[in-house]
Design a protein around this ligand. Structure first.
Ligand code: ADP
Ligand code: MG
Ligand code: MG
Length: 252
C-alpha cells in the first residue's frame, strides 16, 4: 500500500507564511481527519498537496511512496494516484461528465491501457446507482448547473471511478443535507481498503459520525498541534478548541 508523507511543510501565500511546519503521514488503509478552527491553514494544506500555483512551498517535503510530489505538475500528481476533491474547475464548458471521467481514468491508466467504452459505461452505471444518482448526470456538462449536493456526489463518483491511492477531501460535507451526507459517506466508506488512504478535512464533527477516522489531527496556526483517535473529535465536538489552546499556551 501507499504512503503520503508530509514533512516540516512550510507554505506561503503572497509572501505570508500560512503553514509553519506540518508533519503528517497517511498510509493505504488509513482514514485521517484534520479538524481545526477557521483560517488555520487546512485548505492551504490541501491546495499545497494539489499543487495550486498560488501556494509556495518554502521548506519541507511531500512525497508519495518516496517520489517527490512537489516536483510534479498537477496532472502528474493525479496520475501518481493522488485525488483532490475540488481539484477540477467548477465548470468546464462543452465537456460532459462522462467524457471528463473517461479521459481522467485513461490518463491515470496510461497509454495502451485505456479502459474499454463498454467497461467504462458499465462501471459508471454501477457507481452512479450505488450513489443514488440520476443517470442523466453522466451526459450533463461537467458541473454546469449542478446543485451543491450534486457536485459533491459527483466528486465521490470521480473518487470511486478513479480509485486513487490517497484522497484529500476538503470540506466534502459542507452544505450537504443529511441524506446527501449519508450518500457521500457511503461512497467514501465503500473505498475503504488496503490500497486506499484518505485525509478528510472538516470543520465539523458531523461528517465523522458517518465516516469513522482512525486518526484525528488538530490544526492550529499553521501546524498540526495534536493527534489522536476518534475520541479526540468527540471531545472537540463537546468542548471546542479552547482546552487545546490552554494546553499548548496558544493565544487567539
Ligand atoms: P482553513 O481552511 O483552515 O479555514 P485556509 O487555509 O483557508 O484556512 O486559510 C489560512 C490563512 O490563509 C487565512 O488567514 C487565509 O486568510 C489565508 N489565505 C488562504 N487562501 C488565501 C489566498 N488565496 N490569498 C491570500 N490569503 C489566503
Ligand atoms: Mg476556511
Ligand atoms: Mg478551509
Amino acid at each position: 500500500s501507499s504512503t503520503l508523507s508530509i514533512k516540516d511543510l512550510h507554505v506561503e501565500i503572497d509572501g505570508k507564511e500560512i503553514l509553519k511546519g506540518v508533519n503528517l503521514e497517511i498510509k493505504g488503509g488509513e482514514f485521517h481527519a484534520i479538524m481545526g478552527p477557521n483560517g488555520t491553514g487546512k485548505s492551504t494544506l490541501a491546495s499545497a498537496i494539489m499543487g495550486h500555483p498560488k501556494y509556495t512551498v518554502t521548506k519541507g517535503s511531500i512525497t508519495l511512496d518516496g517520489q517527490n510530489v512537489l516536483e510534479m505538475e498537477v496532472d502528474e500528481r493525479a496520475r501518481a494516484g493522488l485525488f483532490l476533491a475540488m481539484q477540477y474547475p467548477s465548470e468546464i464548458t462543452g465537456v460532459t461528465n462522462s467524457d471528463f471521467l473517461r479521459s481522467a481514468i485513461n490518463a491515470r491508466r496510461g497509454e495502451g491501457n485505456e479502459i474499454s467504452l463498454m467497461k467504462f459505461i458499465r462501471m459508471m452505471d454501477e457507481k452512479m446507482q450505488f450513489l443514488e444518482m440520476d443517470l442523466n448526470m453522466a451526459q450533463r456538462y461537467l458541473n454546469e448547473g449542478f446543485s451543491g449536493g450534486e457536485k459533491k456526489r459527483n466528486e465521490i463518483l470521480q473518487l470511486m471511478m478513479l480509485e486513487p491511492k490517497i484522497a484529500i477531501l476538503d470540506e466534502i460535507d459542507s452544505g450537504l443535507d443529511i441524506d446527501a451526507l449519508k450518500v457521500v459517506a457511503k461512497g467514501i466508506n465503500h473505498m475503504r481498503g488496503e490500497n486506499f488512504g484518505c485525509l478528510m478535512i472538516t470543520h465539523y464533527q458531523r461528517l465523522l459520525n458517518y465516516i469513522k477516522p482512525d486518526f484525528v489531527h488538530v490544526m492550529m496556526q499553521g501546524r498540526v498541534v495534536k493527534s489522536g483517535g476518534p475520541e479526540l473529535a468527540e471531545r472537540l465536538e463537546a468542548e471546542g478548541y479552547d482546552w487545546i489552546k490552554k494546553e499548548l499556551g496558544i493565544e487567539d
